[in-house]
Design a protein around this ligand. Structure first.
Ligand SMILES: Nc1ncnc2c1ncn2[C@@H]1O[C@H](COP(=O)(O)OP(=O)(O)OP(=O)(O)O)[C@@H](O)[C@H]1O
Length: 600
């Protein structure tokens, strides 16, 4: 609870700082609403008593006060809702959420993007913009409603202490409503899976991604039948649950009406006996009539405040996570202008969070300055993991990575990234203009046409650009009215993006040609080998190429062979072939298979 109070205090100060007028107005309206309610019923009683006593001026004044208070109560009630939703929306969407996104996007590593507990929480927080701030205002409303309840009880007490049990009768509809809602919520939870299934089947049946397969297989009608079945199962149970809730609500109202009539009969009896005034009777009727509403609002605002706990927990967890990561993430040393020694791996091991098996075990190797280093190995052998460590997307569990004798952990992440270029196998598809999608590879040169055109040439993508309707200015991505590209064409945009920086110290190509045909792949590799030589002369850059196809990397200066997370062999192509070990075996198998393919 202390953490929530801390968060609410912080949100309240944020609201006051960012929207001072709106926040103050919302608070003033809430307080005004409580005051108007406290004034209205006693003013009505005074009006009736003055009329009965024949005091016309007093009756008129009291009636005017009652009318103004009642009008103010109604107007402020409406305005309060409006102001609260405005402040919640503005602070939630414009101030709080962008801050959370900045915090998350600003994290150095990508561990969080591959953790399901993190992604679940992000999804929850994203789906509820404003609900975190609404939690604060629900808490304020819970306090205001409790104040209204106290006022109501005080007023009833002034008529007769016997009216105080009316609170219990007023609580009956709220309790019954709660019971009914519990049934609805339980059934909603139990049927959520059926509805998710229904949604999934609907997406499959009409979605573009699966459209071809569904049509060829003729599975459409079957999918629709299963979708309808899931829908009926879920909605049938939900309708029945709502009927049960309605019965509970009716029973609650019956109890309240019984108590209400009893209470009024009591006050009427006392008035007839001369123990109270007619004004008391009017006050009792007025206050008792609003009592249920007040109890209901108090319970609703309290329940909503408590109900937001899961969301608040997720939000606080994300913030803590971001703060912890920021605290450990970055070093401060700027990378050297050029590499002299290179990159040295000393007994590097890494296990992904939530897994038991190390993805890399005890890797020691030297990646000399200016060298082209190929990392080869079978699926899941740890190639990409090694690349993720070199680009500081993850931090190794043990061992050291030295860049010209400086520990990579001590290098400024921002500085190291500014001197790193990379094309990954799971490349991004940015739906913007072709020029921008390439220019994003080096943000300070986002609009530098000469550089973009050069990067396009390096990725051998000139023919692709020439075929686009507006050349470099063509918008990509059909959702935004642009052009869609094939897998291989998207991959070329990623390669061009990775070619934007002209002075990297580390140049990574992680399966950069997996979506390209064999001749394009060969041409690209030759081009990037040449680029690596140029970079090597300019900055001593290390070029790391990850590939499954051994034939493409035979020209590398050093080949590292990984197997189940271990470095099992290293050397040049000739050395490894002479060794006759794992590399030689796999190379021969691939070369034979390729030769068969080409002679068929
Ligand atoms: N984010 C992650 N969380 C947990 N385990 C992971 C994660 N990424 C990779 N792994 C596991 O680590 C091991 C090495 O994966 P890695 O992606 O480095 O292999 P790879 O050699 O690049 O494979 P591929 O050739 O298929 O790309 C695999 O067993 C993989 O399942």
């Amino acid at each position: 609870m202390r953490r929530y109070l801390g968060l609410w205090a912080e949100l309240f100060l944020l609201s006051l700082r960012r929207r001072p007028l709106l926040t103050a107005a919302a608070l003033a309206v809430i307080v005004g609403n409580v005051v108007a309610m406290a004034v209205c019923a006693p003013a009505l009683r005074a009006t009736v008593d003055a009329m009965v006593a024949g005091e016309a001026p007093g009756a008129v004044t009291a009636a005017a006060v009652a009318a103004v208070a009642y009008a103010a109560y109604l107007v402020l009630q409406d305005v309060s809702g409006l102001l609260r939703s405005t402040v919640v929306d503005r602070i939630g969407r414009l101030d709080l959420h962008p801050k959370v996104y900045r915090d998350i996007a600003g994290l150095d590593g990508i561990e969080h993007l591959e953790r399901s507990d993190f992604l679940d929480r992000v999804a929850l927080v994203r789906a509820s913009p404003g609900r975190i701030v609404a939690g604060l205002w629900n808490a304020i409303m819970a306090v205001a409603n409790a104040a209204k309840l106290v006022v109501t009880l005080l007023l009833l007490g002034t008529v007769s202490p016997w009216l105080l049990p009316l609170l219990l009768f007023a609580a009956a509809p709220v309790w019954c409503d709660h019971r009914g809602q519990r049934v609805v919520r339980r059934v909603e939870l139990e049927t959520a899976e059926d509805l998710r299934l229904e949604q999934h089947l609907a997406d499959l049946a009409v979605g573009a991604a699966s459209g071809k397969e569904i049509r060829v297989a003729g599975a459409g009608p079957e999918l629709v039948r299963r979708q309808a079945e899931a829908w009926q199962r879920a909605t049938g149970r939900r309708v029945r649950a709502h009927a049960v809730a309605a019965t509970w609500r009716f029973a609650g109202w019956l109890v309240f009406v019984t108590g209400f009539i009893g209470g009024l009969a009591l006050v009427a009896y006392r008035t007839a006996q001369g123990e109270g005034t007619v004004g008391d009777l009017v006050l009792a009727v007025t206050v008792a009539a609003t009592l249920r509403q007040t109890v209901q609002s108090t319970v609703t605002s309290t329940t909503e405040t408590a109900g937001a706990a899961r969301l608040l927990d997720s939000f606080l967890w994300l913030r803590d996570y971001a703060a912890t990561q920021r605290a450990i993430a970055s070093g401060t040393i700027e990378p050297p202008p050029t590499l002299r020694t290179g990159i040295v791996l000393e007994s590097v091991s890494h296990t992904y969070p939530g897994t038991d098996r190390p993805a890399l075990r005890d890797i020691s190797a030297t990646l000399p300055a200016g060298a082209v280093v190929a990392i080869v190995g079978e699926y899941g052998s740890g190639k990409t993991t090694l690349v993720k460590l070199l680009t500081k997307l993850y931090r190794q569990d043990s061992g050291r990575i030295l860049v010209d004798c400086i520990d990579l952990n001590d290098l400024s992440t921002h500085g190291w990234r500014a001197r790193t270029s990379a094309a990954f196998q799971d490349f991004g598809r940015f739906h913007t203009t072709f020029a921008e999608t390439v220019g994003l590879g080096d943000l300070p040169h986002l609009t530098d046409r000469t550089r973009i055109e050069r990067a396009v040439r390096e990725a051998d993508a000139q023919d692709l650009v020439a075929a686009l309707p507006d050349g470099l200015d063509t918008r990509l991505g059909t959702e935004l009215g642009g052009v869609d590209l094939s897998e291989g064409q998207w991959q070329r945009t990623a390669l061009a993006r990775a070619s934007m920086r002209d002075n990297p110290l580390l140049f990574v190509l992680d399966e950069p040609t997996a979506s390209l045909d064999a001749p394009s792949e060969q041409a690209i590799f030759e081009r990037y080998m040449a680029r690596a030589r140029t970079l090597s002369r300019a900055t001593g850059a290390v070029t790391v190429i990850v590939s499954h196809r051994f034939s493409t990397v035979t020209g590398a200066d050093l080949i590292l062979v990984l197997h189940r997370g271990r470095l099992v062999e290293s050397g040049t192509h000739d050395e490894l072939m002479a060794l006759g070990g794992r590399y030689a075996d796999l190379y021969t198998i691939q070369a034979t298979a390729y030769a068969k393919e080409t002679t068929l």
